[in-house]
Design a protein around this ligand. Sequence first.
Ligand code: XMP
Ligand code: MG
Length: 183
Amino acid sequence: MRSEMEQDILKVLVTEEELKARITELGEELYTRFAGRTPLFLSVLKGSFVFMADLVRACQLKSDVEFIAVSSYENATASSGRVKITHDLQQDITGRDVIIVEDILDSGNTLVFLKQYLMTRGAASITIVTLLDKPSRRTKAITADLAGFVVPNEFVVGYGLDYCQQYRNIPYIGVLKPEVYSA
Ligand code: XMP
Ligand code: MG
């Protein structure tokens, strides 16, 4: 039976099974790339928290986790272009191999800002892993080192991604019905 929440979903773009299979591959790729090192997985909150939890378990390296929260969207579906840190790093990252774990790479504003910020904080290397990539919307010259899925220019929810802070707990990636936005 579909939950009340799921009745708001117009279509599924990436299924639970596809997510699981791809994240297993991403974990194995990171395991190979970082063999013998101890990277720091940095989750960009809130959107990447579900992906982060699955990715770190798919990559059985000695590693630790850290969180940062940035904001640029403020409950709208278009970027303001400005990025600010709303929850900062709680540890020294000097000399660390940082793996940024992002939910979606859209305009590129967030990751351009974060990459620069992490360099000023002394990271030894920065690797960008994004679950979703929306290249059609890019306005900044930035690419992910690893991307799970390329998605079309549609606003997506689920698996951590929200619309007005909701739908993060849907276990797959989907698109909302238009009437949900106009409600
Ligand atoms: P930029 O434009 O900085 O965007 O690359 C990155 C952040 O924007 C949010 N974003 C979305 N969130 N569905 C969402 O729930 C979307 O389709 C979407 N597109 C961008 C997201 O927080 C991401 O980290
Ligand atoms: Mg995000």
